[in-house]
Every structure is written in structure tokens, then in C-alpha cells.
Design a binder for this molecule. Structure first.
Ligand code: NAG
Length: 305
């Protein structure tokens, strides 16, 4: 009986790591089709706003996402990775919060839905494209077990020129605005790394589509070597130089001793005597250390006998 019970528990333990791995995205080790990506640098909250001008007001929907961990400061539910916050701004400029949509995240306790990330290599869909398509799930509107399912589809597109981070994006915007003032809106749009594509119903699911241009999505992108490697390089060179210097000194010294003094054997080496005497010098030094440690007292006692 006891053995049987233990056996029935065992598969649960085996299953646990698989379950936890499938509900979150491991940003630093994304592996698809034998290719690895590290999107860790893109972790943290990133936002893109979609503005719609209506007759009476303006709607500003801001989508915030964190690929690597749940959002901390958010109007959405705890555990949300992709959140949409809708605000209306009237003609006088008064802002009003309309609502927040928890699009993707892990809500095991609340609705039983999980993010269940699905990652596809863009090359496997279209050989001319490079990057990843990340699908995240879990959200509902309203936020109940029966609510309308939500989904985020983020296409991480390889762009070697862009880090994909916000600060750089803002700098680019400013620069471009200085150069050409006309056609501003279009310009601002292309300067952004994270872009809104659409949000709407696909059958019985609402799908948010975003594009994210970044070098981290490139297949040949290698992490820049950190300072550590540079230090290692320096020490390796130092050791090589010291080794070569010592060798050159010994070889040249031996050659000199051979030619000038007709030296042979140990005498060939420069300071041959010293090198030959090293074992004796070490022994002598060791004896002195032992004497110091034992102290004059012990020695005095010994000599008294
Ligand atoms: C939209 O809302 C976001 C977040 O509140 C804000 O940062 C952004 O400036 C707004 N955009 C416009 C055009 O009002």
C-alpha cells in the first residue's frame, strides 16, 4: 500500500518543472529551431501608445509589456506581462481613465489562465525575415473565467542598428524632428523601436499585435564581451610576455656562456649556480622558519641537555 501511494506522487514531482517552465518566458535562453536568443536586455516595462482622434475627444491607449517578468506598477491585474490602459482626453485636456485590459499574464488563482508562451522563428514562416514571433496569452475581458480571451503577438524583428530600448528611441526622435519638420508624425513612427500594429477581434479572441525592432532578435547577434574578458586578455598577455622574456634571457645567456667561457652543463645557464642551489637555499630557509616558530626557548632547552 505504502509503495503504491509513493509511486502515485512521483509523476507530480516530475511534472512540476515542466509546468513552471511553460507558463513563463525564459528571456535569456530562448531556443527555437536550434538557434538561441537572449532578450534579457529588453526586460523591464516598455510602452507604446495608440492615439485615436474622435469627434469629441481623443483616446490614448497605452500598451505596456515586460517580456521577462510581471509588470510591477500597473493598472492591470497582478501577474500581467502585457497591459493596455485606455484614457480619454477631452477638448479641454482633461484626462479620464476608461479602463485597463490585462492582455497576457499568469492568473492561475483568479481565472486559471496562464501566459503559455509560444515562440516561433520568423525564418520558418518567411525565409526573408529574421527574428522571433512571441505569442502570449492568459488575459480576459471581463476578468473572469468566462471572459473574452486576450492575446498578444509580438514580432521581434532583427535590426542590427537598434538596441530596441526606449532612451535611444527618444534621442532618435529629437534628432529627426530637428532635421525635417514636415511629415512629423510619420517620422516619429519610424523612429520608434516598439510599434503598435493593431488590436482587434480574431474569431473569439482579441489580439494585440506589436512589432519590436531590435538587434537582440538577430540570429547572428553575439553578446558584446564584457570588461572581464579584457582583463583576462591583459593577464594572458602579461604571462606570455614574462614567459618569453625569461626564455629569451636564459637562451641568450646560455649561448653567451657557451661561446665566451666554453661553459657546459649547469654552467651554461645564467646564474647556473643560484639555480642549482635553489633546493639547498629552500631547505636552509625552511630550517630558519622552523627555528623562528619554535622560538629561542625550545632551542635553549635543547642545548641545555
Ligand atoms: C498617452 O498616454 C501615455 C501614458 O499616460 C503618455 O505617456 C503619452 O504621452 C500619451 N500620448 C498622448 C499623445 O497623449
Amino acid at each position: 500500500m505504502r509503495i503504491q501511494r509513493q509511486l502515485s506522487i512521483l509523476p507530480l514531482f516530475l511534472l512540476a518543472p515542466t509546468l513552471s517552465a511553460s507558463i513563463t518566458l525564459d528571456c535569456s535562453h530562448i531556443r527555437v529551431d536550434g538557434t538561441s536568443w537572449n532578450l534579457k536586455a529588453l526586460g523591464g516595462p516598455h510602452s507604446v501608445s495608440h492615439i485615436v482622434e474622435n469627434a469629441l475627444d481623443t483616446t490614448n491607449t497605452t500598451y505596456t509589456l515586460d517580456l521577462c517578468k510581471p509588470l510591477k506598477e500597473t493598472e492591470c491585474k497582478t501577474g500581467t506581462h502585457v497591459c493596455g490602459v485606455e484614457r480619454s482626453i477631452d477638448k479641454e485636456g482633461n484626462e479620464k481613465l476608461i479602463g485597463a485590459i490585462s492582455i497576457a499574464g499568469n492568473y492561475v488563482q483568479e481565472t486559471g489562465r496562464t501566459m503559455d508562451p509560444k515562440v516561433t522563428r520568423l525564418k520558418s514562416i518567411d525565409s526573408e525575415r529574421e527574428g522571433l514571433r512571441i505569442e502570449l496569452r492568459g488575459g480576459s475581458v471581463p476578468f473572469t473565467k468566462k471572459g473574452r480571451k486576450q492575446q498578444a503577438v509580438i514580432e521581434m524583428i532583427c535590426d542590427p542598428e537598434r538596441s530596441g530600448l526606449d532612451d535611444e528611441k527618444e534621442e532618435t526622435t529629437e534628432k529627426r524632428d530637428e532635421r525635417q519638420s514636415g511629415d512629423k508624425e510619420k517620422d516619429v513612427d519610424t523612429s520608434k523601436s516598439l510599434r503598435f500594429k493593431s488590436y482587434g477581434a480574431v474569431d473569439d479572441i482579441d489580439v494585440l499585435r506589436l512589432d519590436w525592432l531590435t538587434k537582440y532578435a538577430c540570429e547572428d547577434y553575439k553578446e558584446e564581451e564584457g570588461e572581464n574578458t579584457q582583463h583576462w586578455g591583459f593577464f594572458t598577455w602579461l604571462i606570455i610576455i614574462v614567459f618569453l622574456g625569461t626564455s629569451a634571457y636564459l637562451i641568450f645567456g646560455s649561448w653567451l656562456n657557451y661561446n665566451r667561457y666554453g661553459a657546459r652543463g649547469w654552467d651554461l645557464l645564467p646564474h647556473g649556480d643560484t639555480i642549482r642551489d635553489i633546493p639547498y637555499l629552500m631547505k636552509d630557509w625552511g630550517r630558519r622558519v622552523v627555528n623562528t616558530v619554535q622560538g629561542p626557548g625550545a632551542r635553549g632547552g635543547y642545548s641545555a641537555v
